[in-house]
Design a protein around this ligand. Sequence first.
Ligand code: G4P
Length: 285
Amino acid sequence: MDFKIQWFPGHMTKAKRMMEQQLKLVDVVVEMLDARIPRSSSNPMLIQMLGDKPKVVALNKIDMADPEKTEKWLQTFKNSGLPVCKVDCSTGKGVKQMVAAIQQVARPVTDKWLRKGVRNRSIRVMIVGVPNVGKSTLINRLVGKNKVVAADRPGVTRGQQWVTIAKGLELLDTPGVLWPKFEDQTVGLRLAFIGSIKDEILNTEELAAELIQFMKKHYAGVLAEKYAITEVEDPYACLTDIAKNRHCLLRGSELDTNKAAMLLIDDFRNGRLGKITLEFPEDYE
Ligand code: G4P
């Protein structure tokens, strides 16, 4: 499958420069990942940019991910020494614990300040991540009715503000946008499944066929039950059966497999196929 890339080198250079500027302003970073694709929604460049700045990983959209796989991912991150938490920003579940995790990783920074006699200084935090992982949703949730602090610090662009989200904790109300990594075709495919890549640049039926292959292998029986089909070897045959059972028809009585493909992808993206994780930690061991 051939993916066209929306992020041109110029965009990436600009995003990287912006991120580097923003990073200078903060003490702690929250890297937000999509719990359904924790690897594919990360950007490995962040590690280099962060240096020794403390980081908390937030696995978001856990309401859509396979709970068993989410627990495995959490364990994997913990094993590699990374503070990690799970959140559902659509309801706010886990957000409190995430704030506590930020305070905890910030402790060495505040301890250093105390040793130097610096008091009354707030820890500054920024949320970063690739598009569509839920950064703005989290920020809106955290900002809520909290107090806005004047953005009088150098480097804060007009329109950006600091918001006190807990005692001694200020959040930059603009997220840091990372670019997705496209070098790996599987990554592109997974980003497309969850809707992070615009649909018009992809062949919908090919995408649906890939999703069918994945579902048959890892969540056998789900499609059979949902669409009353037999999960046969050929994914295109499955798609034809979905079109048949869901009455996806072109003018006349010809089956509209493109419509069936859209229906399937839409069902997946809206969680109607259940809680599904697209990549597993054991595949990266
Ligand atoms: P971004 O800033 O990282 O680009 O992401 P943003 O917050 O815009 O969120 C992208 C989409 O993900 C939004 O849906 C948002 O509602 C949804 N979202 C964020 N967090 C969660 C979560 O924990 N669970 C679920 N199920 N969805 C989440 P959208 O369809 O683009 O917009 P809308 O339907 O909210 O209008």
